[in-house]
Design a protein around this ligand. Structure first.
Ligand code: MN
Length: 232
């Protein structure tokens, strides 16, 4: 029986899949903070802290990128290029050695950040919500199934802004690899099919401005293009 709602409902957030017309339905988005040594240092860390996570709403997704509006209430709107791990099978207390069995695929993503509002959260001990979870804060490219890509441990990750390299690293530079992130996260949460994990960004974060063209890529997982529109 079809559910009856009192207002009209909306489509489940979803992402396209490389080589398929079907889409992948998205549930939650978990994001790991400070997961590359050089980025941890540029953010003021010492390169050796425990992993920690924050979340974005799946309604922040901008599937396949494209035009993204410069967001309100910020003067420091940052890019963070990240590999996205896509959960196909949920679980609780998943051991790292079994974690890859739960991953359906991978994608290129941008963890867009209102850095000034995130800083207010840090300074005042408040949540990062306004800094990290806002309209269009999660452009993510099409998912490459793990059946095609395998489970990448190594591969170049880059971001070009207006044709110039701004981030240029390798996913083998993660402090906590994807299986370790899943083992950690599932001590606290039951992961569910459809959850995404944004696995952290390397050094080179910086501020985007209206008119900028961002081109993010990961070896073997394709590219993600975003054009920043003027503020509303
Ligand atoms: Mn990030």
């Amino acid at each position: 029986m079809k559910m009856e709602y009192v207002i009209s409902s909306w489509d489940i957030p979803s992402l396209p899949i490389v080589g398929s017309n079907a889409r992948f339905p998205v549930r939650r988005i978990f994001c790991v903070g400070r997961n590359y040594v050089e980025h941890q240092k540029e953010m003021g860390g010492d390169g050796r802290e425990q992993p920690f996570f924050f979340t974005k709403s799946s309604h922040d997704l901008v599937p396949e990128g494209g035009a993204v509006r410069f967001p309100p209430m910020t003067a420091n709107y940052h890019w963070e290029t990240e590999m996205v791990a896509v959960v196909g099978t949920g679980g609780y207390k998943i051991p790292a050695a079994k974690a890859n069995e739960h991953i359906w695929g991978y994608a290129v993503g941008l963890d867009m950040t209102r850095r000034d509002l995130q800083q207010v959260g840090k300074d005042k001990g408040r949540p990062w919500t306004f800094g990290k979870d806002f309209d269009q804060a999660a452009p993510v490219g099409p998912i490459t199934p793990a059946s095609k890509s395998g489970h990448p441990k190594k591969g170049k990750l880059w971001l070009k802004v207006n044709g110039e390299f701004r981030q240029n690293s390798d996913i083998d530079q993660m402090i906590w690899n994807v299986p370790e992130q899943i083992a950690f996260l599932t001590q606290y949460y039951t992961l569910e099919a459809g959850d995404l994990i944004m696995t952290g960004t390397p050094a080179g974060v910086g501020a985007a401005k209206p008119g900028d063209e961002l081109l993010a890529g990961i070896e073997g997982l394709g590219e993600l293009r975003v054009k920043i529109l003027p503020p509303r």
